[in-house]
Design a binder for this molecule. Structure first.
Ligand code: PLP
Length: 424
C-alpha cells in the first residue's frame, strides 16, 4: 500500500511548528517518546469492551494486563481506592460521572465558564447545561478568587445534588476540604475535576482532593503529561445517596455505577493503546524526576506571573499557585483575540480567554490564558520564561507592527530550535 504522503507531510509540518514555537496553551504538554510509541502501537487494533477479566471479546488477556497496570499505577499516584482509566476524554469522564450520580433535570452547582469553569460544568451550550439544571458560583471581582462563604450561600439556597470543584482557568489552589463542608451541609455529592492541575496534585504540590471529594475526574494530557484522555477516581467507594434502593435496602456502590456509566453507558470499546500510554505516563509521574518537573512548572508559572505584574499587566488574582495564569488585557487596549493572533504570528501560542466580568464576547474576549507546563517539558527555566514575558510584551505593545513581530519570531525560533520537544 502507498504511504499517505499528504497526511505524513502535514504531521511533519505540525512537528516543525511544535519544535520552532513557544507552546503556552495551559492545557497542552509534550509526551515522552515511550508514551508516543504506545499510543501508536498495535494495541489500537484490539477491541476490549468491558473491564479486565469481564470482557465481551476474546483475545483480551494482554490488554487486561495493560489496563490493570494502568489502574494500579493511577491508584498509587493519587492514593485512590478505585480508578477507571477508560474515558476517552475529560468530557467523557465528566459525562459518566453525571450519568452515574444524577437524573436528567437534577440541579448541579459548578464554576461559571466565564469565570474560569469548564463547558462540562453546566454551560448551556454543553450537554451538562442542557440535560441537567445548572447553577453557578464565580470569583470575586476585586480579588479574582473564590469566596467559599458565598459558594455556601448559593448551595444552601439552590440545594444542588452535585457540586463541581475545579476549573480550566483558575490559578489558585482549591480548598477541597471547605467544599466538602459545603456539600455536606446540603447533602450534595462533591465532584472535583482536576484536569488542569492533576500533575501538581499527584506530587503533593497542591491540595489533595481525594480525601475530601466523593468523585474526582481528570484529563490525562495536561500537567499529568500523558496521552489525550480521561480518568475517574475515588478516594473511597460509597453508596449513591440518590440511587434506586436495592432489595436489601441499600443502593448500588458508586464504583459499579461509574463503571457502568463509562461502559456501556457512555462509550463502547476502550482505547487500549491510549490506556497503555496512560500507564506509561503514570509510571513516569510516579518518579522523582516528575516531582522536579512539577515543581519547575510552578516556579516557571510564578516567575512569569511576577514578570507580567512588573510590566503592568493585570494577572487575575495577582499571581498563581499552579501552572497557569489568566491575564486581563483591558488596561493594554488589546482584545484577547488580537493578542492571540499577533502572538501566533510570532510563533507564540496562547489562547484568548474570557476574564471574570468580561464585557467582550467569547470570540473576542478581554484576556489570554498562559500555562507553563509545555515549555517546562522542553527544558525552560526561570530566566527563559522571563525572556518569554519580554517577548510577549513586545508583541502586545506592537501588535500592529509586522516588523517587530517578525523580529520576535526570529528570537523565538532561535531560542527553541535546539530544544527537543521532551527534555525531562
Ligand atoms: N475539565 C476541565 C477542567 C478541562 O479544562 C477540560 C479541557 O480543557 C476538560 C474537562 C475536558 O477535557 P477534553 O478536552 O479531554 O474533553
Amino acid at each position: 500500500m502507498q504511504r499517505d504522503k499528504q497526511i505524513f507531510e502535514l504531521i511533519e509540518a505540525e512537528r516543525e511548528r511544535q519544535l520552532h514555537g513557544l507552546e503556552l496553551i495551559a492545557s497542552e504538554n509534550f509526551v515522552s517518546e515511550q508514551v508516543m510509541e504506545a499510543a501508536g502501537s498495535v494495541l489500537t487494533n484490539k477491541y476490549a469492551e468491558g473491564y479486565p477479566g469481564k470482557r465481551y471479546y476474546g483475545g483480551c488477556e494482554v490488554v487486561d494486563e495493560v489496563e490493570n497496570i494502568a489502574i494500579e499505577r493511577a491508584k498509587a499516584l493519587f492514593g485512590a481506592e478505585w480508578v477507571n482509566v477508560q474515558p476517552h476524554s475529560g468530557s467523557q469522564a465528566n459525562t459518566a460521572v453525571y450519568h452515574a450520580c444524577l437524573k436528567p433535570g437534577d440541579k448541579i452547582l459548578g464554576f461559571d465558564l466565564s469565570h474560569g469553569g469548564h463547558l462540562t460544568h453546566g454551560s448551556p451550550v454543553n450537554f451538562s447545561g442542557k440535560l441537567y439544571n445548572p447553577v453557578f458560583y464565580g470569583v470575586e471581582e476585586e480579588t479574582g478568587m473564590l469566596n467559599y462563604d458565598k459558594i455556601e450561600e448559593i448551595a444552601k439556597k439552590e440545594q444542588p445534588r452535585l457540586i463541581i470543584a475545579g476549573a480550566s482557568a483558575y490559578s489558585r489552589d482549591i480548598d477541597f476540604k471547605r467544599f466538602r463542608e459545603i456539600a455536606d451541609s446540603v447533602g450534595a455529592i462533591l465532584f472535583a475535576d482536576i484536569s488542569h492541575p492533576a500533575g501538581l496534585i499527584a506530587k503533593g504540590i497542591l491540595n489533595d482532593p481525594l480525601p475530601h471529594c466523593h468523585i474526582v475526574s481528570t484529563t490525562t494530557h495536561k500537567t499529568l503529561r500523558g496521552p489525550r484522555g480521561g480518568m475517574i477516581m475515588m478516594g473511597k467507594d460509597f453508596e449513591n445517596p440518590f440511587g434506586i434502593k436495592l432489595k436489601n435496602g441499600k443502593t448500588r456502590m458508586m464504583s459499579s455505577l461509574l463503571d457502568s456509566a463509562v461502559f456501556p453507558g457512555n462509550q463502547g470499546g476502550p482505547l487500549e493503546h491510549i490506556i497503555a500510554a496512560k500507564a506509561i505516563a503514570y509510571g513516569e509521574a510516579l518518579t522523582d524526576e516528575f516531582l522536579h518537573y512539577a515543581l519547575q512548572v510552578r516556579k516557571n508559572a510564578q516567575t512569569m506571573a511576577g514578570a507580567f505584574v512588573n510590566k503592568g499587566y493585570k494577572v487575575i488574582s495577582g499571581g498563581t499557585d499552579n501552572h497557569m495564569m489568566l491575564i486581563d488585557l483591558r488596561n493594554k487596549d488589546i482584545s484577547g483575540k488580537d493578542a492571540e493572533n499577533a502572538l501566533e504570528k510570532a510563533d507564540i501560542t496562547v489562547n484568548k480567554n474570557m476574564v471574570p466580568f468580561d464585557d467582550k464576547s467569547p470570540f473576542v474576549t478581554s484576556g489570554i490564558r498562559i500555562g507553563a507546563s509545555a515549555v517546562t517539558t522542553r527544558g525552560l527555566k526561570e530566566a527563559d520564561v522571563e525572556t518569554i514575558v519580554e517577548l510577549i510584551d513586545k508583541v502586545i505593545t506592537n501588535f500592529e507592527n509586522d516588523k517587530v513581530i517578525e523580529e520576535v519570531r526570529a528570537q523565538v525560533n532561535a531560542m527553541m530550535k535546539e530544544k527537543p520537544l521532551f527534555q525531562w
